[in-house]
Design a protein around this ligand. Structure first.
Ligand SMILES: C[S@@+](CC[C@H](N)C(=O)[O-])C[C@H]1O[C@@H](n2cnc3c(N)ncnc32)[C@H](O)[C@@H]1O
Length: 376
């Protein structure tokens, strides 16, 4: 098994390198309109934005910023295949312009546009960020009628193009089964409020600290990719930033395309790719270890489980988990033109990490423990 990951340093308002109906999933987070750190990048794409901000016309600036994003959403719609999803992480903005403080509802503006161009909306996810916001007591403090609530959540909008995706051939069905989630993951990942993902999630590179604050957590991208695509799919992030979506696609056995207007991110993406083999294998091992811990606890409390995963020989709750296979990464190759290729192992045992002479996944030992429990 092998995947390919390509990065284009260009303006995502024109994705001419990407053919229509060629992408299986979009996972992205655009620059947030009316959040100060993105004023310059929006301003560089339309000079009228700076003029509107200087004139104190927040509503006009907000609309002009969204018109830039609209062009990218048009391209996203064009390149997505029928029946495929777009997952867009976006936060609203609060800002004082010309002495007037108000909320700029970015998620509502984007959602309305996406519906206008033909997407269907699915239930969204509220990402409750655990922050110690310093502005909790802004406004009029304890005095009623003038204070405002602290904005501590963002949205993950989930949209589908066209009708439900179908898995027709036996090969497609088997691939889907191997891409499945564990039962206990499903219960958390498909809930509509995510509280367990921190804004300062795992990072793959220490570079570009200024830009780091805008990255979304690795777990967020990894979950969405595993919830809304299968192995071998093509994932697109038109606002790539530090490359989190590409990294999560690499770990998940998906292909990916990233588009980023700012070439300076290249110096963060390359080290990420160099670390991805070890990082991913550790991540996959942790995912399995969490499953082993879950079933151990469940068996102790409620007795044996009915099904066994054929690759890890460990108990699972449902028949749909019997073929889950997390392919370990063997190596990464970079070719000249911002293309990375990842080679994977076909068998779970080969998540053995030769470079560190360490077994990063120990399915047999662990499953023996599980099976012992099962047989009691
Ligand atoms: C919120 S950040 C994305 C962060 C990313 N999810 C990560 O984890 O690193 C938005 C990114 O969009 C880029 N950007 C802004 N306008 C763009 C455009 N028109 N085309 C492509 N990229 C753009 C910015 O440079 C920035 O890196």
């Amino acid at each position: 098994m092998q995947t390919t990951h390509q990065i284009f340093y260009r303006d995502a308002r024109d994705l001419k390198e990407i053919p229509s109906e060629s992408v299986d999933l979009v996972v992205t987070s655009p620059p947030y309109p009316m959040i100060g750190m993105w004023d310059d990048i929006f301003g560089s794409q339309n000079v009228e934005i700076e003029k509107a901000l200087k004139a104190g016309d927040g509503k006009l600036a907000h609309e002009l910023m969204h018109e830039i994003l609209d062009s990218v959403w048009d391209e996203v719609f064009r390149v997505l295949k029928d029946g495929r999803f777009a997952c867009i992480n976006i936060g609203d903005a609060t800002r004082k312009v010309n002495g007037d403080f108000c909320l700029y509802p970015n998620h509502a503006r984007i959602l309305n546009y996406l519906l206008d161009i033909g997407f269907s909306a699915l239930p969204d996810i509220l990402w409750r960020k655990q922050t110690n916001a310093p502005n909790k007591f802004m406004g009029s403090g304890m005095l009623p009628a003038g204070a405002y609530v602290t904005l501590e959540h963002e949205y993950i909008l989930i949209l589908r193009k066209g009708s439900k995706r179908e898995f027709k051939t036996e090969c497609e069905k088997q691939n889907r089964r191997e891409s499945a989630l564990f039962w206990e993951e499903r219960n958390i990942w498909y809930s509509d409020v995510w509280m367990d993902i921190k804004g300062t999630g795992q990072r793959l590179s220490d570079e570009l600290s200024r830009l780091r604050s805008a990255t979304f957590p690795y777990d967020l991208a990894y979950r969405l990719i595993n919830m809304y695509s299968v192995k071998g799919d093509v994932i697109l992030d038109p606002f790539l930033g530090m490359g989190t979506t590409i990294a999560a696609a690499m770990t998940s056995g998906r292909n990916s395309i990233g588009v980023e207007i700012d070439k300076s991110f290249h110096s963060a993406i390359c080290p990420m790719a160099q670390q991805i083999v070890n990082f991913s294998n550790d991540y996959l091992r942790d995912r399995l270890m969490r499953h082993f811990a879950f079933v151990e606890d469940r068996i102790q409390k409620s007795g044996p489980l009915k099904y066994t995963n054929r690759y890890y020989e460990c108990p699972v709750v449902t028949s749909q988990e019997q073929s889950i296979l997390l392919n370990g990464l063997n190596e990464v190759r970079e070719s000249d033109d911002n293309i990375f290729e990842i080679a994977y192992s076909e068998r779970p045992q080969s998540i053995y990490d030769q470079s560190r002479n360490k077994m990063t996944i120990e399915p047999l030992d662990k499953s023996e423990t599980q099976l012992d429990l099962l047989n009691r």
